[in-house]
Design a protein around this ligand. Structure first.
Ligand code: NAD
Length: 505
């Protein structure tokens, strides 16, 4: 957990953003922000009190009527300006991610690029908000539907995508005409502040987008605030469930995306080099701190030995280092505590009966950074902690089964259902897999099947609480409510009202 500390004098102070300006916190509580590559504290982030959450919600509420009244063409125009500014500041944003999250710069650039896709999708908001129209539903009666914003909506986001996951929320929310309060992760909050500055520079009016930092106090205050109509949450499953249950109990709309344990099935006919490359990049990219990371490889019918050898071969080539060094391919973990927790799974694997093929503890660069090298653990079975838990670090497990059916059963029996993948050359089996598997996002020879921005992102089972996936068409659904209008106008031919001009019928 982030410590509550008094900030040393030379660390950056990270404030809230309320009503269009940076606003120092007054709660007296704050959290330390680290550069994970050096282990040095780089910032101190103010933690909001209940009153400060209220101030942000009030700012958003005051801005809502005129924001919602802005024409669709003007809103679209603003989104084109937002897109341009984020494009120009792509690298600035990416550097902030590397400095506070630790992911390597190329990965951080990729994160911003995937977020930009969502902004681009929102540039088409006039089309996305179109309703339906039924002329002559009954004689002289027309029926049509319109989409309207919800009002003030809030987003609570995790540490692992500090720019992109907020973009999944604020971009469609604002495009639909809502005003927004963001509570980003307290571990890497600076990207949200740059986001606020860029939105203001693009011309988004004060109060339309607000940022409040903090912990459970801030989250609970958003859940309980009567003027917050909807909450989007992305983070771990226990907190997702907590937010969903408490928000919906108060009558709020809520989509709460949780954790994952993503399995990648490799069939005997797969291209082993392709599968091994995919497993390495999907397990160790971003130090495994991705909700779509592959954490379990399921090797079917004798493919295990070849596959494990191919992955083992590739691991020493993954260059671990400070993410700002452009030759680095894998950075540190986000905090020292998290690094130690992840390492504890490698420590206890032999005691659970698994085989440590590569021990990442042996390949950490020197220094105080929160590094842990890639680990590969074979012979994992469902009863083990290494199988059950979302480790959320650079630890790839391998489990071996005899048949395709056993492999699919493992996935379908798992409490999570975020992403999954199959590697095979057989189109018929791949098609059967997409039919059988219980997960929200499926890759066929693609290890991390994050949907493009014009589809929606979301898992099944304990990976998502709620009934709407995030961004894409379901994001538009989530951030709007429909109104159906039934209308009848007097027939001009029979109307007794003098219209002042001759009737033609
Ligand atoms: P987390 O659940 O610890 O934190 C997420 C947010 O909840 C943060 O803003 C945090 O401040 C807040 N929070 C933490 N504890 C809280 C509490 N007790 N009460 C109220 N609010 C609380 O998650 P994290 O460690 O930041 O992120 C990693 C997790 O997020 C992983 O489980 C990962 O799988 C998941 N994740 C899921 C997706 C997805 O799309 N399904 C995407 C990214 C991350």
């Amino acid at each position: 957990m982030t410590e509550l500390v008094d900030a040393p004098a030379d660390v950056k102070a990270i404030r809230h953003w309320i009503g269009g300006k940076e606003t120092p916190g007054g709660s007296g509580r704050s959290g330390a922000v680290y550069n994970p590559a050096t282990g040095v504290q780089s910032g101190s982030v103010d933690f909001a009190s209940v009153e400060e959450i209220d101030a942000a919600v009030q700012a958003a509420k005051a801005a809502a009527p005129s924001w919602r009244a802005l024409s669709l063409s003007r809103r679209a125009e603003l989104f084109f300006s937002i897109r341009q500014l984020f494009h120009e500041h792509h690298k600035d944003l990416a550097r902030l991610l590397t400095l506070e999250h630790g992911k390597v710069l190329s990965d951080a650039m990729g994160e911003v690029a995937r977020g930009l896709e969502v902004i681009e999708f929102c540039c088409g908001i006039p089309t996305l908000l179109k309703g339906g129209f039924s002329e002559q539903a009954s004689t002289g009666i027309d029926v049509y539907s319109i989409r309207q914003p919800l009002g003030v909506v809030a987003g609570i986001t995790p540490f692992n995508f500090p720019a992109m996951v907020p973009m999944w929320m604020w971009a469609p929310a604002l495009a639909c005409g809502n005003t927004f309060v963001l509570k980003p992760s307290e571990k890497d909050p600076s990207a949200s502040m740059l986001t606020a500055e860029l939105l203001a520079e693009a011309g988004v009016p004060a109060g339309v987008f607000n940022v409040v930092h903090g912990d459970k106090v801030a989250v609970d205050a958003l859940i309980e605030h009567p003027d917050v109509s909807a909450l989007s949450f992305v983070g771990s499953t226990p907190i997702a469930k907590y937010v969903y249950e408490n928000a919906t109990a108060r009558g709020k709309r809520c989509q709460a995306l949780g954790g994952a344990k993503n399995h990648m099935i490799v069939l005997p006919d797969a291209d082993i080099d392709m599968a091994a490359d995919a497993a390495v990049s999907a397990a160790y990219g971003s130090a495994g701190e991705r909700c779509m990371a592959v954490s379990m490889v399921v090797a079917v019918a004798g493919v295990g030995d070849k596959l494990v050898a191919a992955i083992q071969d590739r691991i020493p080539k993954v260059k671990i280092g400070n993410g700002l060094d452009e030759s680095s391919e894998m950075g540190p973990l986000v905090t020292r505590e998290h690094r130690d927790k992840v390492a504890s799974y490698v420590e206890r694997a032999p005691g659970e009966g698994a085989t440590v093929v590569v021990d990442g503890r042996a390949s950490c660069p020197d220094g105080d950074g929160f590094f842990l090298g890639p680990s590969l653990i074979d012979d994992i079975t469902p009863g083990m902690d290494n199988y059950r838990d979302e480790i959320f670090g650079p630890v790839l497990g391998v489990t071996r089964v005899e048949t395709y059916d056993e492999a699919v059963k493992l996935i379908n029996d798992n409490p999570y259902g975020n992403g999954t993948a199959i590697f095979t050359r057989d189109g018929g089996v791949a098609r059967q897999f997409q039919f059988d598997v219980q997960a929200g996002m499926v890759g066929i020879n693609v290890p991390i099947p994050v949907p493009v921005a014009y589809y929606s992102f979301g898992g099944w089972k304990a990976s998502l609480f709620g009934d709407r996936h995030i961004y894409g068409p379901e994001g538009i659904d989530f951030y709007t409510r429909t109104k159906v209008v039934t209308s009848r106008w007097p027939d001009p031919a029979t109307s007794k009202v003098d219209l002042g001009f001759p009737q033609t019928r």
